[in-house]
Design a protein around this ligand. Structure first.
Ligand SMILES: [Zn+2]
Length: 405
């Protein structure tokens, strides 16, 4: 939650106080007074609104020492019981969806086949149905849903939530994903429409992993190697998207060894055409090993298949060469490898080339690790994005007024 300071002077609003509590910077009435300079009475009035909305509660942990001296004060906490968030993560051939608590705990989850090539109308309609069933399974009402987060395997314009020229999402280019998913949710649950946020899957995986496992890491890079290859970058707690949502799309960097390899994007020589899960599957199939997708390669790697391991390591070396540039440019504290190929052989290959090619200073304090949340990372990131959006100080006032407090 680093990165957003909020106003802390006498202009501090209820939303700013909420942000201070949620980030852990000030968690008692006394600390809020001290940080904001507001009077005790004003802090009290603003907190009362947050209590009435059900967004804050007084902690059960007991009193803590007050920074202003005097009697110990009660610790304030974000109350995550008042709403839930829905999240979904689309891959090319399957999808994952969940009801999450506001702090990212899964309350109900479902994974099933879903073909992205069926197009947005069909896929998002089906997701609406899944959400209805998941809420029932979690025992939560549709009226409790505050928003929906969606991860997609393509570049996203975050202002509009539309995908932009996605190489592996036929029929989705420029489609109104937010509108369709909000409508599908309303149709299948009878509830009012809720806000929908859409982002790239590697971005959301990076966001989810950084927040849950490395909250103090101010420069975090995640590389997802599955059907394609993509990277997510989280700087100072915020997803770095670039000016067109194109940051991190490293799968389509041209590499010299790949001149003859045709990529799904239509070009020759892309990194993804040589070193993705799909590319490794193709190489295995050519050698007579049945494999058609990144998921098949993952199964072979889990079973310790020697040829799959050798090809995964070679793929890791190719990706590692590109990552040497990424790491030199960004100097991250953590480089996380996720997706179907994430495992020892691939990681070994990455390390071999990365440490050989990158400047020692940019790797001296670098941790190269595999994913922690695994398959759930995209969902956790999508849920987190919705919560950070809806409870941001600039949106809190409007939402409190709508609740009548
Ligand atoms: Zn390509």
């Amino acid at each position: 939650m680093a990165g957003r300071a909020g106003r802390t002077g006498s202009q501090a609003s209820a939303g700013d106080l909420l942000e201070l509590v949620r980030s852990g910077r000030a968690t008692t009435r006394g600390a809020l007074q001290q940080v904001t300079g507001l009077s005790r009475a004003t802090v009290g009035q603003r907190l009362d609104r947050l209590f009435r909305a059900g967004w804050l509660r007084e902690g059960a942990a007991g009193p803590v020492d007050s920074p202003l001296g005097g009697r110990p004060s009660v610790r304030l906490e974000f109350d995550d019981a008042h709403a839930v968030v829905l999240a979904a993560d689309l891959d090319t051939r399957h999808a994952r969806a969940a009801v999450l608590s506001l702090t990212g705990e899964p309350l109900a989850e479902h994974t099933g086949p879903m073909l992205i090539e069926d197009g947005p109308d069909v896929v998002l309609g089906e997701l609406g149905r899944w959400f209805g069933e998941l809420l029932e399974k979690a025992g939560r009402g549709a009226h409790e849903v505050c928003g929906i987060g969606l991860a997609v395997p393509g570049p996203v314009d975050s202002d509009t939530g539309r995908v932009v020229q996605p190489p592996i999402m036929p029929g989705w280019d420029g489609y109104d994903i937010r509108g369709r998913l909000a409508r599908a949710f309303a149709e299948h649950t009878g509830a009012a429409r809720v806000p929908v946020l859409v982002d790239n899957d590697a971005n959301l995986m990076a966001y989810g992993e950084q927040r849950s496992g490395y909250p103090d890491c101010s420069a975090f890079v995640l590389v997802k190697v599955s059907t394609g290859i993509g990277a997510g970058v989280v700087v100072e707690g915020t997803i770095y998207r670039g000016i067109d949502g194109g940051a991190g799309d490293i799968g389509h960097i041209r590499v010299p060894e790949g001149a003859d390899a045709l990529c799904r994007c239509g070009s020759y020589g892309c990194l993804a055409a040589l070193a993705s899960g799909g590319a490794v599957a193709r190489r295995l199939a050519e050698a007579g090993v049945p494999a058609a997708s990144g998921a098949d390669v993952r199964d072979l790697l889990t079973a310790g298949h020697p040829e799959a391991a050798a090809l995964a390591r070679e793929a890791g070396r190719r990706v590692g060469e590109v990552l040497a540039t990424v790491v030199t440019l960004l100097n991250p504290g953590v480089l996380m490898i996720a997706g179907d190929l994430a495992g020892t052989p691939f990681l070994t290959g990455v390390r071999e080339l990365l440490y050989q090619r990158a400047l020692p200073r940019s790797t001296a304090h670098l941790d190269v690790v595999t994913a922690r949340l695994g398959e759930r990372a995209g969902l956790v990131g999508a849920g987190g994005l919705v919560v950070e959006h809806l409870y941001a100080p600039e949106r809190v006032e409007e939402r409190l007024l709508a609740l009548g407090v």
